[in-house]
Design a protein around this ligand. Sequence first.
Ligand SMILES: O=C(O)CCC(=O)C(=O)O
Length: 261
Amino acid sequence: MQTSVPLQPVPERSAPSLSREEVRQFHHLGYLGPYTAMGVEDMAAIRDRIEREVLPTTGWNTRNPLQSRHLDQRLVHDLIASPEILGRLRRLIGDDIVVWASYFFTKEPGGKEIPWHQDANFWPIEPPLNISIWMAVDDVTTENSCVQIVPGSHRRVIRHLPAREGMAFREEADPAEVDTDAALDMELSPGQFFIFNERLLHHSNTNTSDRRRMGLSARYTVPFVNILDQDGPPLFPGHACVLVSGSDRFTLNRMAEPPSA
Ligand SMILES: O=C(O)CCC(=O)C(=O)O
């Protein structure tokens, strides 16, 4: 159910945090991790439920079952609001945390290359302050097209051009500006995740393996960030944000309660 009234504070749970060194690394390199949100066996059970209960059903975006399923599926909400994630994010952006989007990035065998890009290029958020997590649902390796990143690339805004033929996105970072020699493969076991900011260059190859590669990304910000067009692309009509930690004293964005358990 959507609401425009301020939401109740979400009680904080005990959670892992980040050291001062890790916080510095995040600002220096633009990413952190991998970290473990849950073990491989627990994630296998969740993956089974994602396949049976989430992906075959329709969420708030009736045209795309991969988008923002934390709005209608408690299972997905609890994954992206886990203490292992929020405990770390609180050290980076404080106690008041809003999730404004999530997405199942699924690449079947043969799935297209996602070109090098900085997310901020595509997003209607102001100021452009965001932290993302990307959590492996499947076993994610170089072979089945793990996400690649360029550490430190967040410190410069890179111009984006119309994407070359065969890419999964419409635009890509100017290839002349991407130092692919510095790229790091983010190989993850199911249930592991990494954290990155809104300008870190990232990419994934065509999936040339015979294994699916599914990950869940989620986008976190603070309540003073305004989502400028909640009803338009890359969001959808009726979209809402969810408070996952602390309180919202700004009430700038359309908000929803978490789905019931
Ligand atoms: O899943 C991928 O390959 C790319 C993910 C991505 O672009 C993102 O999470 O922002």
